[in-house]
Design a protein around this ligand. Structure first.
Ligand code: HEC
Ligand code: HEC
Ligand code: HEC
Ligand code: HEC
Ligand code: HEC
Length: 347
């Protein structure tokens, strides 16, 4: 009896609402699909953006191998929050994001950044005639859109200390450049960072010289990072290694000489993680430069090759076992890092 009554009430209610708002079909056609449940729905009309996003670390944030290992396959539930988040306009810009329970494998998806609580999309235009119902929301262009997730590892705090913050040049300026150089072309959705070594290369310059004491020295300067280098305290490090090479040595495929002496570790640029209380931060803040001297008699013997490498894990993994190694056990840094810059200093 109660069920029958419920059905009647529902039927009356739905008749009432459709009379008020138009038939369900009319409502659906103005709004596109009745519900936005997946980024795949956007692909039909925003193919290029979809493909860029699909290839990006954001799209991979749930399936990412390193995240899986460190979160114990997300048994650590704290890790779900930012790696499979609910829409930020729903949880509130600048607020801590919250985890979602559905379609987690889409990671940080289109809905995370664009879906508004009313079912439309935050955009730079308002157009109610379009299926996804974009509405102009200027917050989309602000740093607070990224901050809910990206201050976990202090990137936003670091940015605030640079002239970019003063000039209101936010994260988009560098991480979402105009696709074809003009605003009409829209913004690049791959959002390159540490997984794109060419992006990393724009952060710093690396130069070599023989200093006043006659010793080889290198200088690394943060000229293009919008924050400290390398940003992300948890997982990133940048190391300087050197070795002697024979006169006229040729370059190999990995960008360094094909032959040379043993690699020696000179310096590490990194912010220690919370529990690493015995370490001091050596992060290179925006606008700063640092000179390091090679005080080793070996270096006087011939040309010295010095490299700056970027690491997505703070330690080096053994090629065969995958286990972390001490720095002095590393024989070839390129087994587990990428070349940022290289200089050769002649004695
Ligand atoms: C507040 C948001 C937030 C939470 C919570 C969070 N992460 Fe992340 N995570 C990020 C962001 C943002 C990045 C991108 C790197 C950066 O910060 O510069 C990232 C990157 C990573 C990376 C590097 C991925 C790569 O491809 O190199 C790992 C690994 C990682 N997170 C593991 C975890 C683990 C494990 C947890 C839970 C203990 C966790 N994260 C919780 C926001 C978060
Ligand atoms: C049936 C086609 C269609 C689907 C599906 C669709 N959109 Fe759109 N979207 C459009 C059209 C058309 C425009 C308007 C483009 C214009 O006027 O420049 C638009 C505009 C937008 C805008 C504003 C663009 C700007 O210049 O600011 C955003 C943001 C957006 N869509 C996001 C999404 C997202 C996210 C999804 C998936 C959840 C989605 N759209 C699904 C057709 C669609
Ligand atoms: C990490 C946040 C984020 C994700 C994920 C994201 N977007 Fe965007 N999107 C933005 C921002 C920020 C803008 C730039 C607004 C501006 O130009 O001021 C933008 C711009 C757009 C535009 C306007 C046109 C253009 O090319 O700039 C469309 C359409 C759009 N996004 C659709 C999508 C779709 C579809 C997806 C998923 C495939 C997606 N976005 C994923 C943040 C995001
Ligand atoms: C809801 C959380 C969230 C929001 C909002 C968000 N991100 Fe991310 N972002 C992440 C996570 C998580 C990762 C790490 C993905 C991975 O590698 O597993 C990441 C990675 C990145 C990376 C590193 C890419 C690389 O090459 O490793 C960049 C750059 C980035 N985001 C830029 C932005 C910008 C710019 C915005 C604002 C327009 C933004 N993000 C908004 C969560 C977020
Ligand atoms: C002036 C250009 C510029 C601005 C502005 C800028 N960045 Fe970056 N960002 C870079 C460069 C270059 C790198 C690569 C070097 C590095 O990691 O520091 C990078 C790296 C990153 C990474 C990758 C870290 C990783 O673990 O892979 C994230 C995440 C990131 N930026 C987020 C942001 C956020 C969030 C903002 C805004 C608060 C921002 N960036 C502003 C240039 C910029």
């Amino acid at each position: 009896m109660r069920i029958v009554l419920g059905v009647i009430v529902l039927a009356v209610a739905s008749w009432f609402f459709s009379a008020l708002l138009g038939t369900p079909e009319e409502v659906a056609s103005a709004q596109g699909p009745s519900e936005w449940v997946s980024s795949k729905q956007c692909a039909e009309c925003h193919e290029q953006i979809y493909n860029e996003w699909k290839s990006s670390p954001h799209a991979n944030s749930w399936n990412n191998e390193d995240v899986r290992v460190q979160s114990d396959d997300f048994a650590n539930k704290d890790c779900i929050d930012c790696h499979a988040p609910r829409p930020v306009f729903e949880t509130g810009l600048g607020e801590r994001v919250l985890p979602r329970s559905a379609r987690r494998s889409e990671g940080v998806d289109c809905l995370t950044c664009h879906l508004l609580p009313d079912g439309g999309m935050a955009g730079t235009i308002t157009n109610p005639r379009v299926a996804c119902q974009p509405t102009t929301r200027r917050e989309l262009q602000r740093v607070s859109l990224c901050a809910g997730c990206h201050d976990q590892h202090k990137t936003v705090q670091q940015w605030k200390a640079t002239p970019f913050a003063e000039h209101r040049e936010g994260c988009m300026e560098c991480h979402m450049p105009y696709r074809d150089g003009t605003p009409e072309g829209g913004r690049l959705h791959t959002m390159p960072g540490g997984h794109y070594i060419n992006m990393v290369r724009t952060a710093v310059t690396f130069t070599g010289e023989i200093d006043d004491a006659g010793l080889p020295a290198v200088t690394v300067a943060n000229v293009g990072g919008g924050h400290s280098y390398p940003t992300d305290e948890r997982s990133r490090a940048s190391d300087i290694w050197w070795r002697t090479i024979p006169e006229g040595a040729e370059l190999g495929a990995d960008g360094v000489a094909t032959e040379g002496g043993d690699w020696q570790h000179l310096h590490r640029i990194r912010d220690p993680y919370r529990h690493e209380t015995d370490m001091v931060s050596t992060l290179l803040h925006f606008g700063d430069s640092r000179t390091l001297t090679i005080e080793d008699s070996l270096a006087a013997e011939g040309p010295v090759e010095v490299v700056l490498v970027y690491k997505r894990t703070p330690y080096y993994r053994d090629k065969d076992t995958g286990l972390a190694m001490e720095l002095d056990a590393v024989s070839n840094p390129f087994d587990d890092s990428e070349l940022v810059h290289r200089v050769v200093i002649e004695p």
